[in-house]
Design a protein around this ligand. Sequence first.
Ligand code: BDR
Ligand code: CA
Length: 304
Amino acid sequence: MKPIIMDVDTGIDDALAIAYAAHSPELELIALTTCFGNISVEEATRNSLYVLEKLGKSVPVYEGAGAPLSGTLNKRYARHIHGEDGLGNALKGEPHGQKAKLAAPDYIIKQVKERPHEMTIIAVGPLTNLALAIEKAPEIVPLIGEVVVMGGAVTVPGNITPHGEANIVADPEAAAVVFASGVRLKLVGLDVTLQTLLSSVHLETWRNSGHELGRLFAEMTEFYIGAYETRYPGIGGCGLHDPLAVGVAIDPSLVSCEAMRVTVVTEGAAAGQTVGSTEGEPRIKVCTRVDADRFLQHFLSRVI
Ligand code: BDR
Ligand code: CA
């Protein structure tokens, strides 16, 4: 079992990714750490606790950054994509559990030091928590097993600016810190995640599953698919961005990667753009191809 921390900004695809990880015997989900992004960090914490309760999983949730390293939000929350509550307006009530005491970056530092070379961090929101951890304790960099990041658009257009992907645009400085740190990193960007689409035909099975999680996931994902249809008319489904990062952590053969140096534009209209080059160091594994059908079948067999 691979021990993982998931760093999330729990919107809809984050919730699907959490469930996929929690139901996968190859992974040991140790904790969630939360970040602002799709919604505020407090809402990300609430949604994470809520989803874990619906999953019947007792996993600690450590709250992290409420704003990017620069201190000011440079992109609005994504309520038009993820709903007012971040879960497609499917949230019914508040979770019973409470967040854990430590701040997310301190928890990451502590956990990595306790299990050197073992931890995989699956980061599917802005990279602020990881950047704060690396800035505070750079000695953790060689001790992290691997970071799998959902973020960036190296070979394809962006989804929030012409070249910028939402998680990187939300905190370009944080992404720049993490990418330049030399940490072992795999980048699961729009290059591959927009090839993994979930269509509404799959939601019937969830809706008729006879349990609450299935109904919740069908309701929230229906909202997400609707938002994708508005954003990309005729697309026929929603991008399984964050679940694909989990899929890659479970089975790296789902994707093929190219080793590149990736820099991040941190200023101006192109802030958040991820620029790949086959020259220079450090190298990051940029996922450029995905076996989308095999991933989708695997995801559907595990998620609820
Ligand atoms: C990423 O942005 C967020 O809206 C999603 O949860 C995903 O992590 C896709 O660009
Ligand atoms: Ca996310």
